[in-house]
Design a protein around this ligand. Structure first.
Ligand code: FAD
Ligand code: UDP
Length: 675
């Protein structure tokens, strides 16, 4: 079939491991396993399905799971596995709320109408339907959908129980428009343990109350809304239908809509498309190995760029490609990329030498610029904080509070109220301690911030600028992403590969393992761009600017997965490290082992963090003033301008510096159109 159609290297997409038997030999661009059900638990499941699934998982570049129970059961079995619960086409189903005409055959049935649509097989509790029909003879119970694996003779019979056969998707809203309550009369058995019925959000989008048996994923997702009544016994199910019929459904819609807002198929499509593209482009297993180049020529150069991190590399690229300048870029480290440098470790797992770097930004300009040098893998960062025996979402959100205190806060308002009752107002807010205590009070401050910050910075939060802990703001909702930026992704082949592309220009020469001090006296270029520590450039003339350093302990473990998310923080004062990172979460790399790193903060060592404190800012100002007396040296970057900047901010700063250089009426600077 593939040969006849001239298809080479197709994308293989499996909904069932069964099909793997006849397609496993195909040379594929990528293999996706889209796990929608625990098929092995279904009636008449073929033997060996579990083994086949294991083989498919071993081959797959990407695994998608259609519900949280399916995901939980598999998350340790694959590295690039993702949860995509059912989406809902809101426009289609919300027409019911706007007064859509009900299906006439159903509207003409007597009494209250309670309906279900979906496949009718061993997953439906037929005895429950019989009970419901008998207990409420004046209601009409309508079952829409094809029969599978059971025959008409197996169905319960009652005058008010109507098995009406399947209806096309386009007609489902008109069915819903005829009903008063939507049903999920599932049997609780092996076959339903892992289901995540798509019909739940569809029923809700139509504005109907739902009555369900206790399906695990339904309880987990909707158990907290009255719109979905959960009933464990047959009698309770009848009573729940009574309740649903009495309910003021309209009043419940705002909460329902809040849940549905996150479930659009468009958003699901966008995220899956990104993951599939990433799987195809990277082949998932291919790892980029950096090739180090040293300079061969000896100039002449227009610019000496000191530091091959984001600041230095962006400026080198812009000046070379944008303005035709000749650049020598030196770095005292033996590699490019600065602190964002990544490389395959001894096991072949891509790790970040200097701790986890997650790219996030709200700037379209910065994304567009970097996208010239890299494709992206969608990645949303999540962090858990280890508190006692628990791992809790960080930043603090509703889930954190519910788990920590055994609470049942179910809305943003309740959460806000809870935190307001604990917050201790401070005016004016000056330090990193003030920011947190004024939002969440002393107890949560001590649990999540005090120990971590003392370890990380070697000082009490009361001594640090408020901007430091303000980076991690509290949430009232259940959003557990660490960053909220519009764009969150990782360079598909890693940071180093992106830097290689950036610096791959005939006008750029690299001198790695070369300190500025070694070449300074040679006056290799009339202009210097300096991205190292500004105080070091001036031989610490006004005293040393304080920096915080880290020691990284890298390890490779003989297991596929170590922790549930990429980063787990350890705020406890008696644990010597601040956090553990597991890199495969960031990259989606498929590998039987896993690599992690511990971070131990320390005073001495490479300068990683400028320390935001008023007196340090004042000292920096003196260096900045001194720098103005050296118009042929441009100080840029986290160390060059002593700012606690993220990568995107450094890119933005470098691009702005370039723009200023191009427009400045200085000598010999003409912008050329960049590729
Ligand atoms: P650097 O990357 O530090 O590059 C400066 C380069 O200059 C270095 O390679 C250095 O060797 C070289 N150099 C210095 N002095 C000399 C000299 N005298 N001669 C020659 N070379 C010299 N940002 C994010 O956006 N997301 C994150 O998740 C994130 N996580 C981080 C985690 C850690 C542990 C750290 C330390 C930082 C993190 N950052 C993160 C910040 C990010 O690393 C910086 O914003 C970015 O790397 C700064 O780029 P830069 O070019 O200014 O500096
Ligand atoms: N912080 C904390 N507990 C945490 C996470 C962060 O106290 O679990 C504080 C700490 O002072 C940290 C600061 O918030 O240095 C900023 O955290 P962020 O994750 O933004 O720091 P990064 O490592 O990215 O520089």
């Amino acid at each position: 079939m593939l040969r006849l159609n001239g298809i080479t290297k197709p994308l293989l997409w499996f909904y069932s491991p069964q099909m793997f038997t006849f397609a496993r030999h195909v040379d594929a661009a990528a293999v996706v396993y889209d796990c929608m059900d625990e098929l092995a638990n279904f009636k008449f499941a073929p033997a060996g399905l579990k083994e086949l699934e294991a083989a498919l998982m071993a081959r797959a570049d990407l695994v998608l799971t259609g519900g949280s129970s399916l995901f939980e059961a598999r998350k340790h079995l694959h590295d690039n596995i993702h949860l995509f619960p059912s989406g809902v086409e809101l426009d289609h189903f919300q027409t019911v709320r706007d007064g859509l005409q009900p299906a006439p055959d159903m509207a003409s049935l007597p009494g209250k109408k309670l309906g279900f649509y979906g496949v009718i097989d061993e997953r439906i509790d037929l005895a429950l339907l019989q009970h419901l029909a008998r207990m409420r003879p004046d209601w009409s119970i309508i079952m829409v959908g094809p029969l599978a694996k059971i025959g008409h003779e197996d169905l319960p019979k009652a005058a008010n129980l109507h098995f009406v056969g399947p209806r096309p998707y386009a007609e489902l809203p008109s069915c819903l428009a005829a009903w008063d309550v939507a049903l999920m009369p599932f049997a609780i058995n092996e076959a339903t343990r892992f289901i995540s019925p798509t019909k739940t959000p569809e029923y809700l989008a139509a504005g109907l109350p739902v009555v369900s048996t206790p399906i695990v994923d339904v309880v987990a997702t909707y158990g907290d809304t009255d719109s979905v009544q959960i009933a464990t016994t047959h009698d309770a199910f009848v009573a729940a239908c009574d309740t649903a019929l009495r309910m003021d459904t309209k009043a419940l819609l705002p909460l329902v809509d809040q849940k549905l807002a996150a479930m659009s198929w468009d958003e699901t499509f966008r995220r899956i498309a990104g993951l599939v593209n990433a799987a195809i482009e990277s082949g998932a297993r291919k790892i980029y190995t950096p090739s180090l180049r040293r300079t061969r020529s000896s100039g002449p150069y227009d610019y000496l760029v000191v530091g091959a991190g984001f600041a230095g590399s962006v400026l080198a690229e812009r000046l070379a490609a944008g303005s035709g300048k000749r650049i020598l870029i030196c770095d005292r480290r033996p590699h490019i990329g600065g602190n964002a440098y990544d490389h395959p470790d001894a096991a072949g797992i891509l790790v970040h030498k200097y701790g986890p770097h997650i790219f996030h930004t709200n700037s379209d300009e910065i994304v567009a610029y970097l996208s010239r040098f890299t494709a992206w893998r969608p990645y949303e960062h999540r962090v858990l904080a280890c508190v006692g025996q628990q791992q809790l979402p960080m930043p603090i959100n509703r889930t954190t509070l519910n788990k920590l205190y055994g609470l049942d806060l179910s809305s943003d308002e309740q959460t806000e109220q809870f935190l307001r009752s604990r917050a201790e107002p401070i005016d004016p807010i000056e330090s990193s301690r003030d920011v947190v205590i004024s939002q969440v009070g002393s107890e949560l401050y001590r649990t999540f911030f005090e120990g971590y910050t003392r370890k990380q910075w070697g000082m009490d939060p009361s001594e640090l600028d408020k901007a430091v802990t303000a980076r991690v703001p509290t949430r009232f909702n259940t959003d557990d992403r660490y960053f909220l930026d519009r764009f969150q992704a990782m360079p598909l082949h890693g940071y180093t590969a992106m830097f290689e592309n950036m610096l791959d220009h005939a006008n750029i020469e690299l001198a790695l393992g070369v300190d500025f001090k070694e070449v300074q006296a040679q006056n290799l270029a009339p202009q210097t761009i300096y991205t190292g520590p500004i105080d070091e450039y001036f031989d610490h003339r006004f005293g040393a600017l304080p920096y915080r350093s880290l020691r990284f302990q890298h390890e490779t473990l003989e297991q596929r997965r170590f922790q549930p998310v990429a980063v787990v923080n350890y705020p406890a004062p008696d644990v010597p490290y601040t956090r553990i990172t597991e890199y495969k979460h960031l990259t989606g790399q498929v590998h039987p082992q896993t690599s992690i790193s511990y971070e131990f903060p320390q005073a001495d060592g490479d300068p990683y963090y400028p320390i935001p404190r008023p007196e340090n800012a004042a000292l920096y100002k003196r260096y900045e003033a001194l720098a103005r007396e050296h118009p042929d040296v441009h100080f840029v970057g986290r160390l060059g301008t002593y700012r606690y900047y993220n990568m995107d901010q450094v890119v933005g700063q470098a691009l702005a510096t370039y723009r200023r250089m191009v427009t400045a009426p200085g000598p010999r600077m003409h912008a050329t159109v960049s590729a």
